[in-house]
Design a protein around this ligand. Structure first.
Ligand code: SF4
Length: 87
């Protein structure tokens, strides 16, 4: 019988993390966009927008870097399963 592959879908690919972003507070410093492909600057108002709200382990580090680099700390990241706030 054909083996079910969903279980094997590596943990690395699962979208385990979710962004919390306070766009109001963004000052358009663009530090986030400089370090992560998930962050882009809106041509409309110069504030940052993310492309994917949820992401996997593989994209965690660059999003963490974006959050760390933000001078006004408006980017936060949570684990979806436990709700633990990573930054
Ligand atoms: S680093 Fe922070 S303030 Fe700067 S554009 Fe990104 S979210 Fe906005």
């Amino acid at each position: 019988m054909e083996k079910e592959h969903s279980e094997e879908h590596s943990d690395k690919e699962k979208k385990k993390y979710v962004l919390e972003y306070d766009r109001e507070g963004c000052i358009g410093a663009a530090a986030c966009a400089a370090v992560s492909k998930n962050w882009v600057i809106s041509p409309e108002d110069g504030k940052a927008d993310y492309l994917e709200a949820e992401f996997s382990e593989a994209e965690l580090e660059e999003n963490m870097e974006a959050a760390r680099s933000c001078p006004v700390n408006v980017i936060h990241i949570k684990r979806k399963d436990t709700g633990e706030k990573l930054i």
